[in-house]
Write a protein that binds this ligand. Structure first.
Ligand SMILES: Cc1cc2nc3c(=O)[nH]c(=O)nc-3n(C[C@H](O)[C@H](O)[C@H](O)COP(=O)(O)O)c2cc1C
Length: 343
């Protein structure tokens, strides 16, 4: 059985994200960039093509519904809505940490529903990398992948979240070698991500050397897990201590630009505080292969499928307009030549 702590933590996370302001005190950093308008684009808007192929799957647009949930009935409901959207719009999607279902197989359906709803989507399994130091190995990683016939496995890195959680796992020593072992042995690509404080150049280098196929920088500027943990904290003095971390982390744009500069060929995803299609478009122009959004899509899904579908349509329309108004027909052409840093 999944211990009741894990179940109530999952639902706590959903409830707190939906009912409270859990934003980082930092911005995502994309406000420092503007597109270079092209008054003579010499293409028709309807010619703009946002499709791409990644890990063998064709996507109609480079939007990632970032890893969020699973493990409870409420979580299954969100996974169903989010996966339905991934299928309808031809997107990528990650489920939340599957640890609960590894511990208690009766919960597998709360994750598996994502593949049932999205048979053609690029789907990412998810486990906390630190579990590799607790006792997880290749077999748990393979089970997570098999559970949803995932196209890749995300191992998330969340040292600060674990340190602020009362029940956190903070044994991070030697983790890189274990990630490397999973990269070597697993038959699908391994992706590494943060959860909202960003991956800097040093960590990116370590992860790329270990063999990850992609990095989602998951930077600061959006959902702040210190804020979520602050709302879970009953002791006011400890809550005050946690509040001090509201401006922690590396803004998403900074992670992306710095890693891309050092490793131009690395496959990078950008999540963390993307508010709309323009932020997503900026991340793509600055070198991301996918732009990821979590919190805003969860809040839209909470209003029902129509709201979620409408928000995604608008985000994708914004991206197409950004490409049109910079004169770029394809994502390959839509590169750093279309964007400049604001002085
Ligand atoms: C409710 C919720 C649950 C999340 N759970 C996970 C998780 O289990 N695994 C993970 O890698 N990231 C998780 N994240 C982090 C997101 O995938 C994303 O990296 C981060 O929230 C930044 O994106 P945002 O600012 O658009 O929310 C979660 C985010 C939210 C909002």
């Amino acid at each position: 059985m999944m211990d009741t702590h894990t179940a109530s933590r999952k639902d706590d996370h959903l409830r707190i994200n939906l009912e409270n302001e859990v934003k980082s005190a930092l911005t995502n950093g994309f406000e420092a960039y503007r597109f270079l308008h092209q008054a003579l684009p010499e293409i028709d808007l309807e010619e703009v093509d946002t499709s791409l192929t990644l890990f063998g799957k064709r996507l109609r647009a480079p939007l990632l519904i970032s890893s969020m949930t699973g493990g409870t009935q409420k979580a299954a409901h969100f996974n169903q809505l989010l996966a339905r959207a991934a299928q309808e719009f031809g997107l990528a999607m990650g489920v939340g940490s599957q640890r609960a279902a590894i511990e208690d197989p009766s919960l597998e359906d709360t994750f598996r529903i994502a593949r049932q709803e999205a048979p053609d989507a690029l789907l990412f399994a998810n486990l906390g990398a630190v579990q590799l130091n607790m006792r997880y190995g290749i077999s748990e990683c393979q089970r997570a992948v098999d559970m949803l016939a995932a196209d890749a496995l995300i191992l998330h890195l969340n040292p600060l979240q674990e340190a602020l959680q009362p029940e956190g796992d903070t044994k991070f020593r030697g983790l890189l070698r274990r990630i490397e072992e999973i990269c070597t042995k697993l038959h699908v690509p391994v992706i590494s991500k943060e959860v909202g404080w960003g991956i800097g150049v040093t960590a990116a280098q370590q992860l790329l050397d270990a063999g990850v196929a992609a990095i989602d920088v998951a930077g600061a500027g959006g959902t702040s897990w210190s804020q979520v943990e602050m709302y879970r904290q009953r002791d006011p003095q400890r809550a005050q201590m946690i509040l001090h971390f509201q401006d922690w982390g590396i803004p998403t744009a900074q992670c992306l630009v710095e890693i891309k500069q050092k490793f131009p060929n690395a496959c990078l995803f950008a999540s963390g505080g993307l508010q709309n299609g323009i932020d997503m478009a900026k991340s793509l122009a600055l070198g991301a292969t996918l732009g990821g959004i979590a919190g805003p899509l969860l809040r839209a899904a909470n209003e029902g499928y129509d709201q979620l579908s409408k928000l995604i349509s608008l985000i994708l329309e914004e991206l197409r307009i950004c490409m049109f108004a910079t004169g770029k027909k394809t994502l390959t052409e839509f590169d750093k030549s279309v964007i400049a840093q604001v002085q």
